[in-house]
Design a protein around this ligand. Structure first.
Ligand code: NAD
Length: 413
């Protein structure tokens, strides 16, 4: 499996630009290719660069504990060669560790290294690491530059692009037990550069790769008005190539998905749009359902590709896939999309080995309550992003509870 991505060393590097309010003209670059992490900092710091101050400058490398040596060592060698003083902060990628204490430890590491405003943080890891390191970069000395090197498919096409950063909060509930409030704190902090090195996906477990594919399917369902109407059909056609880890297919997948995400965030950087398609909020397609089920214990489903029985909790992308089915069902019930869309979404998820039917889901009313973040669902209504015709989205706040409940019931095993 790894060989094919390794062969991607010959891939040409694509460069996409993301414009932001702070950088309306130049924006920042997202590089997509292979073998790119090792030179990810070049041109931003090192001998001869502005940040170098005659020396090579300083860089804090925030790295996911599961990144293999062969991915990180070439970067370290190049930092040494460029005369950059560096330190590494290794982070365990779990939602429990995406905490203020890991954030503080990262900031302390930056201070120990005497990182200055002109220096750099380099994040190498999945969305947990890019979110946390991005947060640290956003607040350390009121903001230092960060290069994001996402190493999961999900982080490449989603988390690392757009400037949202975060940590979770552990909040005691009424019962006294601490609950995790996901992404409760964070800042908007745009990266100086994003480097999507598909060779780094070589070591990623297949289940994580599939989880990232669910976010790509989501982009396919909303890209109609964003310059890539053919994305969903193309993704369906090439699905087997992604699972076989073809470097060329993955690089094209990442580049096209980054372009879609970039268009959304450029138009609505801070999620303030009130447009009927939802602006940046359209990226929540499938997520309202997903958030309500992804932390539930005791779920079970069959891996459709291998026939293996899996036991929950679901990974985020797996829950998003189920959420996409529910959203498509609601949309079909309201006649907002093609009749066949729910079946099309299910077929695609099945092909990718992602769950579409779950055993052990609580009663629909309970899930709907969780979808409303445990607040009372006002007059039985929730704000939902729905996929409509021609791969576009609509925000609807008038969906009857029974329609939502029927969509949830349809994903029960
Ligand atoms: N900022 C945003 O806009 C945004 C968007 C979507 C998701 N997120 C956040 O991203 C996080 C999820 O990201 P994720 O799916 O990348 O999960 P993750 O960061 O937890 O990584 C998944 C697993 O893969 C491992 N891993 C990462 N890269 C690897 C590699 N190359 N080889 C081997 N193992 C590797 C990690 O250690 C972890 O066990 C969530 O916390 C979510 O809130 C943020």
């Amino acid at each position: 499996m790894g060989k094919k991505v390794a062969r991607a060393a010959k891939l040409r590097t694509r460069t996409l630009k993301v414009k932001t309010a702070g950088m309306p003209r130049a924006g920042y670059s997202v590089l997509v290719g292979s073998g790119l992490i090792e030179s990810s900092f070049e041109g931003l710091i090192g001998k001869g660069q502005k940040g170098g101050k005659g020396g090579g400058g300083r860089a804090l490398v925030v790295v996911d504990a599961k990144i293999p040596r062969e991915t990180i060592e070439p970067l370290i060698r190049n930092l040494d060669r460029a005369g950059v003083r560096w330190a590494a902060k290794v982070v365990t990628a779990s939602e429990a560790d995406k905490s203020l204490s890991t954030l503080e430890a990262t900031l302390i590491e930056a201070a120990r290294l005497r990182l200055e405003r002109g220096d750099l943080i380099i994040a190498v890891g999945g969305g947990i690491v890019t979110d946390l390191a991005g947060f640290a970069a956003g607040i350390y000395r009121r903001g230092v530059r960060i290069v994001q090197c996402p190493t999961t498919l999900l982080a490449m096409v989603d988390a690392a692009v757009g400037g949202k950063t975060a940590a979770n909060l552990s909040v005691p509930g009424e019962d006294g037990k601490a609950g995790l409030l996901k992404n409760a704190v964070g800042v908007f902090h745009q990266p100086a550069r994003v480097v999507c090195d598909v060779a780094s996906l070589r070591s990623l477990p297949l289940r994580e790769l599939k989880s990232g594919l669910a976010e790509c399917f989501k982009h396919g369902l909303l890209s109609g008005g964003l310059g890539d109407r053919a994305l969903l059909a193309w993704t369906e056609k090439r699905c087997d190539d992604f699972l076989a880890q073809s470097g060329a297919a993955l690089a094209e997948l990442v580049a096209r998905n980054v372009a879609v995400k970039a268009r959304v965030v450029q138009a609505d950087e801070r999620e303030e749009s009130t447009k009927p398609d939802g602006g940046r909020m359209m990226l929540n397609l499938g997520h309202t359902f997903a958030h309500a089920i992804e932390t539930l214990p005791g779920l079970a489903w069959k891996d459709p590709a291998q026939g293996v029985q899996m036991v929950g909790p679901l990974k985020h992308g797996e829950a998003v896939g189920v959420g996409l089915v529910c959203a498509a069902r609601v949309s079909a019930a309201l006649k907002l999309c093609e009749k066949g869309l729910p079946a099309r979404v299910e077929a695609l998820l099945n092909r990718a080995g992602l769950p579409t039917r779950i055993e052990g889901l609580p009663a629909s009313e309970q899930i709907i309550e969780r979808m409303g973040h445990d607040k009372k669902v006002a007059a039985g209504k929730l704000r939902l992003v729905l996929p409509i015709k021609a791969c576009r989205t609509r925000i609807r706040s008038d969906v009857p509870v029974k329609t939502i409940a029927a969509a949830i019931d349809a994903v029960r095993l």
